[in-house]
Structures are given as C-alpha cells and as structure tokens.
Design a protein around this ligand. Structure first.
Ligand code: NAD
Length: 462
C-alpha cells in the first residue's frame, strides 16, 4: 500500500519526525487506498523555524520578484492539472465538473494575486507621515478537505504577495492531494523556507502552529468550532487571524423571479460540491403564494445536479443523522431521504434531500449540515423573507433571485452576508471573500486579502 511519508520543509521533501500513520480512503469505493505518516509538533516547529529564517529574504524582495514567483507557481500547478484532478477525484470523489473547476482555480489564484500586487501600493503619504505596509511575518495556514489544492494555493498566493513566508497544515484527510500539489509547487523553484507544508492532525500540528510565538498570523478555513479554538490559542500572542468558517446561506426567491430559473439556481447553489460547501445556499426561501408551482420545479432541478459522495464515513453518518432529525422535527421530505441513492451499493453517497414545512427555528435550518440537505421555508412578504434570511448565526454567502435587477440589489443591500450572489452570477475572484457574524473574521482574495497580511507603519517627519 502506498505511504505518503514526506512533508515539505525549507525547500525540501523530508521524512516527518512524527511516526503515527493515518488512513486515506476513496469515498466512492470506501476502500483504504493509502496511508500517511503524520507530522508532529516537532515537525511544525521545524517548519516555523525555516519560515522564520526566510522572512528577511522574502520581505525584502521587490514587487516584480514576487509577481515573477507567483507566475512560476501558476505555471507549475497548471502543468500538473491532469494529475491533480485525478488525485482529487480518487481521494475526494467530487463530480468531474467540480474537480476541473477546483484544479483550474488552484492555478489561476496565483495570477489573480499577481494582478492584485501589480495594482497595489505599499507606500502612502499621510500628512507628515510616510506610511509603509509591512509584511506581518510568518503566516500559518490551516485548511480543510473540501477543496484542498484550492485552499493551499489561495493562502500561499496571498502570503507570498505580501512578502510573508508560510507554513501550511492541510487537512490530514487530503494527504494524497497535498503531496501532488506540493510536488507541483516545488517545481516552481522558490527559495528555501518561503513555503512549508506539514500534514498532521489539527490537535497536534494545528494547535502547535496556532500557539507558536513566531507565527504572526493564522489564516484558517474550516468549521466554526475549530475557528473558536484557534482564536483562543492565537490570543495569547495577539496573532492576527483570518477565519473563514461555516455558513447557512439563504437562497431568497423573490415574488418576481422566474421560478424555473430560480429552482435551477437554488438547486445548484445548495448542492454545489455535493453540499460540502461553506457557501452553499441551504435555506431556500419561497413566497407562500408560489410554493405549489415551485416545488415540482425544485424536485426536477435537484434530480439534475451531479452529487458526489461525502468525504468520509463520519461525514456520511453526520448527514444521515440530520435527515433523521429533520423528520423528527416535523419537516416533510419532498425528495431524497435516509440511505444511499438507488443503485449505489458502495460509497459514501447521500440521497440529495429537500425538506419542506421547515421553520427557521428548527435545527436543520440553523446548523450547518455540510451535505446535500436543503430546507424550503415559506414567507408571506418580503420583510419577513429578509428577517428569516438574516435570522442565523452565520453570514457567509446569500443568493437572491428576482426578475428585476434593482429589486434584487435593494434586497441584497439588506442581507447580513459577506457576499450576495444575484441570479446565479459566478464567482468573482478579486472581490473580498469572508463572513459576517460567526462565519468568520477578515477577508481573503484581491486587495482585501493582501491587506490582511500587512501591518501599517508610519514614519513621521518633523
Ligand atoms: P475542521 O474545522 O474540522 O478542520 C479544518 C482544519 O482545522 C483541518 O486541517 C484540521 O486538521 C484543523 N484542526 C482541527 N482541530 C484543530 C485545532 N484544535 N487546532 C488547529 N487546527 C485544528 O473542518 P473540516 O471538517 O475539515 O471542514 C469543514 C468545515 O470547513 C465546515 O464547517 C465548512 O463550513 C468550513 N469551510 C469554510 C470555508 C470558508 O471559506 N468559509 C470553506 C470551506 C470549508
């Protein structure tokens, strides 16, 4: 059986000091396909030390040098896109359309960062002060399994653009993908220590990085519960944090929306990445007067979406538990239900499930399920719709569907959400990404993502 027994520190692949082995699975077959030798706290400290040695070198590079490095990283990842996609399909199991988009984005995120850097000024004069935006220092990135290469590349791109070396701890469940992307990144030939990648568990390597005194910032993507633990650990040395956490996004269908189009958008937004998406629109808000017309359209739209398996047995059990809970709470199943989809004897596949008769105070409407389970909630007027949309602990991404652009924008303006997507508009990679409320702290991507890695320093003349 294949064993991933290397991590990446100081520009080299090295054997971890940690010796514990973790299992890696193919979620489509449920077979164990490889094992990973997990890094430990000593490995994390070695990676931070390498990043710290690299700090003065990276911090003193010019904008042009960093742009050139970002372009080399893009080219290296793009050149390996086929093998990255194959590894992602095997270890994560997502539908082909999602794998292709994810891998492409893992490469283009470096070009986006290069564009941002090109337009960015690190110097400003304010009165008698010369203000310089300085790199924060060593960044630790901790990432989840639901778009492994995308998160690794996105966080690396932003840190490098700012002049900060980085130590990345990806999810221990994505070690094959991490190994494949690390090999691509190594090909870019960056100086030692600029980026370091150590796969280990959260409570060991993640916790060490979140508390390490030489780490100036933690950039985390993952669950709200882990985000809270990281925030606590980071507070000891006042580390800067960017926390990209969970969501329970509303898909708000306004009374003037084209219902056929709205059903397709709502199904796509709710089931993207097999429902394992922080930005999924999992609460579908429908005008009461349109419900009977809308539900058959939604059932058909859900059936047309390609949904892959859950990442793990644990995640499958968790989603099944929420489908049971929905029934116990008194919601009705429009389509789907417990168990595997018909014709699937193996694999952690879930039946895409839509509940109707959901009240916004039910747990299925309040908690992030992270699987293909959607709730339809009816409203009587637009004020009530906006109140329901905002009545959540989260605020990451919302969706508005309307036949009138001004109407959609007016409603979008009233939603407490880091992003609002109108009528199925696509991703905007340069726009800030991040959440209101318990969906997190800070923003990633573009100008705002770069700013989050910098500290202003004012030198005042007499
Ligand atoms: P998770 O919080 O369990 O794990 C995320 C990462 O944190 C992993 O690398 C894990 O090893 C590490 N970790 C766990 N415990 C830790 C600790 N005590 N200290 C430091 N690190 C620790 O999340 P997950 O199950 O991997 O991913 C799913 C979650 O991620 C969902 O809640 C989802 O909403 C969220 N997510 C958010 C975004 C976003 O951008 N807002 C994007 C994708 C996923």
């Amino acid at each position: 059986m294949r064993i991933i027994d290397r991590i990446y520190i100081d520009g080299q692949f090295v054997t971890p000091h940690g010796s514990e082995l973790g299992d890696l699975f193919n979620p489509t077959t449920e077979q164990r396909i490889a094992r990973v030798r997990l890094a430990d706290a000593e490995d994390a400290r070695a990676a931070v030390a390498a990043a710290r040695r690299a700090l003065p070198i990276l911090a003193s590079t010019s904008k042009e040098e960093r742009i050139a490095m970002l372009r080399r990283l893009h080219d290296a990842v793009a050149a390996r896109s086929d093998s990255l996609a194959a590894t992602m399909a095997e270890e994560y199991g997502a539908p082909a359309y999602f794998v292709a988009a994810s891998v492409q984005r893992a490469a283009t995120v470096f070009l986006d960062a290069a564009e941002t850097l090109k337009a960015f000024s690190f110097e400003q004069t304010i009165g008698r002060a010369q203000v310089t935006l300085m790199p924060l220092g060593v960044v630790a990135a901790i990432t989840p399994w639901n778009s492994n290469c995308g998160f690794i590349c996105g966080k690396l791109a932003a840190a490098l653009a700012a002049g900060c070396p980085i130590v990345i701890k990806p999810s221990e469940m994505s070690a094959l993908q991490t190994d494949a992307v690390t090999e691509a990144l190594h090909e870019a030939g960056l100086p030692p220590g600029f980026f370091n990648i150590v796969t280990g568990t959260g409570p060991v390597v993640g916790a060490e990085l979140s508390a390490h005194p030489d780490v100036a910032k933690v950039s985390f993507t993952g669950s709200t519960a882990t985000g809270r633990a990281i925030l606590r650990a980071a507070s000891e040395s006042f580390k800067r944090v960017t926390l990209e956490l969970g969501g329970k996004g509303p898909s708000l269908i306004l009374a003037d929306a084209d219902l056929g189009q709205a059903a397709k958008i709502a199904a796509g937004a709710g089931l993207m990445n097999s429902g394992q998406a922080c930005v999924a629109g999992t609460r579908i808000l429908v005008p009461r007067a349109k419900l009977d017309e809308f539900l058959p359209l939604l059932t058909a739209a859900v059936a047309a979406v390609d949904v892959g398996p859950m990442v793990s047995r644990k995640q499958w059990d968790r989603v099944q538990g929420y489908i049971r809970l929905g029934r116990e709470e008194g919601a009705e199943i429009l389509t789907g239900g417990e168990g595997r989809p018909e014709g699937r004897a193996h694999g952690w596949f879930v039946r895409p499930t839509v509940f109707t008769g959901v009240r916004n105070d039910m747990r299925i409407a309040r908690e992030e399920i992270f699987g293909p389970v959607l709730s339809v909630i009816v409203y009587d007027d637009e004020e009530e719709a906006i109140a329901i949309a905002n009545d959540t602990a989260y605020g990451l991404q919302a969706y508005v569907m309307s036949g009138n652009a001004d109407h959609a924008r007016a409603v979008a303006a009233r939603l407490d959400s880091g992003r609002v997507v109108i009528n199925g508009a696509g991703h905007e990679p340069m726009a800030p990404f991040g959440g209101f409320k318990q969906s997190g702290i800070g923003r990633e991507f573009g100008h705002y993502g770069l700013m989050a890695h910098l500290e202003p320093k004012a030198v005042i003349r007499p």
